[in-house]
Design a protein around this ligand. Structure first.
Ligand code: SAH
Ligand code: SF4
Ligand code: F3S
Length: 449
């Protein structure tokens, strides 16, 4: 087999694209920006890969299972449709970056392979792919952001990438290899992008980066948040993901000084055992992490904290795992995400001795998740009776129900006649479950009285 020849012929109707996003919020942002690029190039979006001329798979490499999804999707997309055609297949994202050559070998039907730092060249790569497979996994010095068209985002909540890449090299993690070294976008560009988002209707912006609190694009993350808070019409600011080592005093202070900054902090710890944290190269200990939480809670006692955990890191003993369970109780998380350690090619932990058996990982994960769920339930119960605002995000399961987000990022279920997705409404939290809270609108109460 030689390289793929495309089956479709040029047509006067606009070509349709579909982007499927895996992995983290940065991929959601990147997927949206690839859409902006393709639309600027004359294409139109399609809701389904079934009738798209170009399908972009924006992949995640963080765990083995995430990466495997790429190959199953390619297998499905390459099968000819009723009319004999198949879409142009683009493998983008972190698997493309880490395993471009492997994809080319294993999946000859992939037409374009493009990494997360090169996708601004996607329209040209699609043109190149008409003759032969196009690959671009370079990590160019010039940031891609400057080459992207204006954002076309619609909707009340938006992501804004402010920092990309990571220099921390935790021994389990592929991100430094897939996203390259830490770079921050210039302040002026971010203010312009945020203003455009707000002009188009965004009321909440979540600043994202692999180490978002390491932002240093002319000011600190706290400085950036302060500038964004000056934008009229922007009501809520969030940021994720932070590294414990970069929780600076000014960022912590921002949580009391800037009302638009929501009381929520995602601060992954990975393990409660200092011994394991050292083997992970996390550059913090159990004690220093808990001290950081104390500093945050001292200025913002109601803050909702969340974390990430890995169970079954090489060498993790039952005693280490007990430290993880106890840090969950001590930290009083509102939410937490937990994963079984997954061996990643090219990372130091992948070849460490004492890999933990899968059955042990399964059993520890179940115990950890039970502890996390109990903590979330307790956090939610503590918020019952609070009067606050929620941003309506989607329809609920029952007719008339809407789901919104509280400042603490809880899902709140509410019935508000006449309210629309994107509205920010005043509510009282009335009941709590492990995964959501119930709320009643305050206006309705008043008008009924
Ligand atoms: N930059 C963030 C997180 C990036 S990845 C941080 O430093 O915390 C998101 C989460 O995936 C991590 O917090 C970690 O819990 C998990 N993760 C990363 N590599 C993993 C691996 N090899 N196996 C299992 N989980 C992993
Ligand atoms: Fe991965 Fe560690 Fe960097 Fe987070 S800080 S992206 S876990 S290497
Ligand atoms: Fe996955 Fe890449 Fe994000 S590996 S978690 S998509 S940075």
């Amino acid at each position: 087999m030689t390289d793929t020849v495309l089956l479709e012929s040029p047509s006067p109707v606009s070509r349709r694209y579909h982007v499927k996003s895996f992995g983290c919020q940065m991929n959601v942002y990147d997927s949206e920006r690839m859409g902006d690029l393709l639309e600027a190039d004359g294409m139109v979006v399609s809701d389904s890969s079934d009738d798209a001329d170009v399908v972009v798979l924006n992949t995640c490499h963080i765990r083995e299972r995430a990466a495997e999804k790429l190959y199953s999707d390619i297998g499905r997309l390459r099968r000819p449709r009723a009319d004999g055609s198949r879409p142009t297949i683009v493998a983008a994202g972190c698997v493309a970056q880490a395993e471009g050559a492997e994809i080319a070998r294993r999946a000859p039907d992939v037409d374009v392979i493009v990494g997360p730092l090169a996708y601004h060249r996607l329209p040209q790569l699609l043109r190149d792919a008409r003759t032969a497979r196009a690959i671009d996994t370079e990590m160019p010095d010039a940031p891609k952001f400057a080459a992207l068209p204006p954002r076309r985002h619609q909707g009340a909540a938006a992501f804004l990438t402010v920092q990309e890449g990571c220099d921390k090299f935790c021994t389990f993690c592929v991100v430094p290899y897939t996203r390259g070294q830490e770079t921050s976008r210039p302040l002026a560009d971010l203010l312009a992008e945020a203003e455009a988002l707000v002009a188009a209707g965004a009321v909440e912006i979540t600043l994202i980066g692999q180490n978002v609190n390491a932002y240093h694009g002319g000011t600190s993350l706290a400085g950036l948040i302060a500038r964004l808070a000056d934008i009229d019409g922007l009501k809520r600011i969030r940021y994720t993901t932070s590294h414990p080592r970069d929780m600076s005093d000014d960022l912590i202070a921002a949580h009391t000084e800037i009302p638009k900054l929501m009381p929520y902090l995602h601060l992954p710890v990975q393990s409660g055992s200092s011994r394991i944290l050292k083997a992970m190269n996390r550059a913090h200990t159990r004690g220093s992490y808990l001290e950081t939480l104390d500093r945050v809670r001292a200025v913002r006692p109601d803050i909702a904290l969340s974390g990430d955990f890995i169970v079954g890191f090489p060498g993790e003993t039952e005693a280490d795992f007990a430290d993880t369970l106890s840090i969950v109780a001590e930290a009083r998380y509102a939410a937490a995400f937990s994963f079984k350690y997954s061996v990643r090619p090219g990372t130091p932990a992948g070849t460490m001795a004492d890999q933990v058996p899968e059955a042990v990982k399964d059993e520890r994960l179940a115990r950890l998740q039970a502890a996390i769920a109990a903590g979330s339930h307790a956090f939610n119960q503590d918020t019952v009776g609070r009067r606050t605002e929620i941003l309506l995000e989607r329809q609920g399961r029952k007719p008339g129900q809407l789901i919104g987000k509280t400042p603490w990022l809880q899902s709140a279920v509410v019935s508000v006649p006449g309210a629309r997705i994107g509205d920010l409404i005043a509510v009282e939290i009335t009941a709590a479950g492990p995964n959501s809270v119930d709320a009643t609108p305050l206006q309705q109460e008043r008008s009924a009285a």
